[in-house]
Design a binder for this molecule. Structure first.
Ligand SMILES: Cc1cc2nc3c(=O)[nH]c(=O)nc-3n(C[C@H](O)[C@H](O)[C@H](O)COP(=O)(O)O)c2cc1C
Ligand code: SF4
Ligand code: FES
Length: 616
């Protein structure tokens, strides 16, 4: 790919798809029909074009969704429309797993073979699909193909699949639990059967629930039903008491971020509210790609108005008029429901100019990710929205000072934001009364793997690991517990001796673990953990953005060492020593959290569980 345009032209349907996103071209310079009278006298560029660069990701989605790949002609047209050099646009398109820059079939079935689906038959499913349809990448039925995928955020229903479907009027969909029969039928041209939305919250209807109170109870498509179940009370209160009071309540609540880093939400919001540069931005991080995590998906699919209301309160408190909701690309249903909720809220005066006639204006734009775990990292996510490759930035400066488009930005996880509704509706002090002094409120846990009743569970911080597993009906079939992966692939394994561990930020820390994004992935004694460690290593190698050497090279070496350990006759002590060295380097020298945590789970399995026999 060059800095210059090739001679390839867009097909008419590619032009249509792009114009639907970008509007009709303003001039011949921007891909329209040349008008000698005007086009030779004026040309737009510079700031005007830079301000449109954030449309690159939606534009690439439009092309991918229409043809099933991003053709050179289509890419040329995007570049002409947005004034982006072709080499740069190609660099962005090729960064994301959901985009193809070479021709491929219109239907692509992604079958999850990750840590939570493995003990639920994913490997058997992939083998059966391979037997019927050929190895991954084979052309099936004229217009379909399949491939293996990392976690799709449907772990409670595993084995899971996600179907990309290109063509006018066709939409992506997911399928879980997926069977070989169903996947083969889809590959041969059948429609994807509807996936039941409800059923992911086994505690549904429990009066103790706070964050999940409306899930499977209120109609997620109805604003009236949302309001009948307490919706929009918090926003009314926020607008009534004012932004300073909202910030004070949040500070008093001691709410910690639920995206993994547990940073105090009140501190973040105050820093943005006080930042002198303007405008301010809000981002809701709904990229949820940590293997084993699905709580944000359930909130977005089943209580989308809560996400919209919470973002509006956040915008009000930090002085932002524009918020971005960055949703994982593999979450088509959540995206549809959020888009509907935003449109409804706007129509009824809960979004847009002068909300509830109180003078505060706020808009929310959805941005769809395109299959890159690293885009959950806050600065990579900002790069992605800005139309660049999702490569993390060095910090400092921190996003509260220099964030999206270089402006002060508050970025919060979906669950963090939904907690704000509780804080504002009942007051910060009352909120902090639940849980423990250092871990306030309730927490959502994604319980999956070898348990009787997988799903999203809400418990007060402080419930023990054993109590949570008991809530989920215990280990499947009453078998002995072998291990639990806490916090996902970026987390750590704990053993049966840790069942008394309190599920709090401090409780996990004391045991050298982390709650991370709330993953509690249970393995019974029948599961061979060694291939799972190799899967985790492959995940990090695949998802490393490649920007810094310790992570780019370290994740490859880590995967190679694990492959040798899995082979017969391995020198266990030598390989374990090498893995420990790699961990140290990646932890100390990687730019971002991906490299810093890429060895955590593997090292905990070696040191705590002695998976390879010899201790490191
Ligand atoms: C590799 C990586 C992936 C991440 N993925 C997510 C994610 O999917 N969702 C999320 O909310 N935070 C994710 N984070 C954490 C974000 O960088 C950030 O801390 C978070 O969005 C802040 O929100 P919170 O304070 O409400 O937790 C990730 C971090 C790293 C290093
Ligand atoms: S640590 Fe890995 S993912 Fe993070 S910036 Fe470096 S190469 Fe990219
Ligand atoms: S959907 Fe398969 S591991 Fe999460």
């Amino acid at each position: 790919m060059d800095l210059h345009f090739t001679k390839d032209e867009p097909a008419p349907d590619e032009r249509d798809a792009l114009d639907a996103v970008l509007g009709t071209p303003e001039s011949g310079w921007r891909g329209g029909i040349r008008d000698a009278a005007t086009d030779t006298r004026q040309v737009d560029g510079g700031r005007v074009l830079r301000e449109r660069r954030h449309l690159l990701l939606p534009a690439l989605h439009a092309l991918q969704g229409r043809r099933g790949w991003i053709s050179p002609g289509g890419l040329n047209y995007v570049c002409a429309r947005l004034g982006v050099p072709p080499a740069e646009a190609h660099g962005v398109a090729s960064f994301y797993a959901m985009f193809a820059t070479t021709e491929r079939p219109a239907t692509v079935v992604h079958v999850c073979d990750d840590v939570a689906c493995s003990p639920r038959g994913a490997e058997e499913l992939c083998r059966e699909l391979e037997r019927r349809c050929g190895p991954p990448g084979s052309a099936v039925g004229g217009h379909g193909t399949w491939q293996r995928s990392p976690c799709l955020g449907l772990c409670e229903r595993g084995p899971a699949a996600f179907v990309q479907q290109a063509g006018r009027g066709r939409e992506d969909a997911s399928l879980a639990p997926a069977s070989a029969d169903a996947l083969e039928a889809v590959l041969r041209g059948r429609d994807v059967p509807p996936r039941p939305g409800e059923g992911s919250v086994p505690q549904k209807g429990d009066p103790e629930l706070r964050l999940l109170a409306r899930v499977d109870v209120a109609d997620p498509g109805s604003l009236d039903d949302y309001r009948a179940h307490g919706g929009y009370r918090a926003l009314r209160r926020a607008l009534h008491v004012g932004a300073a009071e909202v910030l004070r309540e949040l500070h008093d609540s001691r709410l910690a971020g639920r995206g993994g880093a547990a940073f105090p939400a009140g501190v973040k919001w105050k820093a943005v509210a006080e930042a002198p540069a303007r405008p301010h931005y809000l981002i809701c991080n709904a990229d949820e790609s940590e293997p084993g995590t699905f709580k944000d998906r359930v909130l977005m699919e089943q209580d989308p108005f809560a996400v919209v209301e919470a973002m509006t309160i956040a915008g009000f408190a930090i002085g932002a008029e524009r918020g971005f909701l960055y949703v994982r690309g593999e979450y088509p249903e959540a995206t549809r429901r959020l888009a509907h909720a935003i449109a409804e809220a706007r129509q009824r005066g809960f979004l847009g100019p002068s909300i509830l006639e109180r003078g505060f204006s706020f808009e929310i734009e959805i941005r769809r990710g395109a299959g890159a775990y690293i885009c959950g990292e806050e600065t990579a996510l900002m790069e992605s929205i800005e139309g660049r490759r999702g490569e993390p930035r060095n910090k400092p400066p921190f996003p509260v000072h220099v964030g999206l488009f270089g402006k002060p930005t508050a970025i919060n996880n979906v669950e963090t934001l939904v907690n704000v509704l509780e804080v504002i509706a009942h007051g910060g002090e009352a909120y902090a009364g639940r849980g423990t002094p250092a871990s306030t409120g309730t927490k959502l846990f994604c319980l999956s793997g070898c348990v009787e009743i997988p799903g999203v569970y809400e418990v007060h911080f402080g419930a023990t690991l054993g109590e949570l597993i008991a809530l989920g009906g215990g280990v499947r079939g009453g078998r002995p517990l072998q291990a639990v992966l806490l916090g996902g692939a970026a987390g750590a394994f704990v053993g049966p001796a840790d069942l008394d561990m309190p599920l709090t930020l401090e409780g996990a820390r004391e045991r050298g673990a982390t709650l991370g994004s709330g993953v509690v992935l249970v393995f019974d004694d029948t599961v061979d953990l060694k291939p799972l460690l190799a899967r985790i290593a492959a995940f990090f190698r695949d998802e490393s953005c490649g920007q810094c050497v310790p992570c780019r090279v370290g994740t490859v070496r880590q995967e190679e060492a694990l492959a040798r350990l899995l082979a017969p006759g391995a020198d266990v002590l030598k390989e374990q020593a090498l893995l420990a060295d790699l961990e140290q380097v990646m932890k100390d020298a990687s730019i971002c959290g991906l490299g810093q945590t890429a060895s955590g789970a593997i090292q905990s399995a070696i040191r705590r569980l002695g998976v390879f026999g010899g201790r490191a």
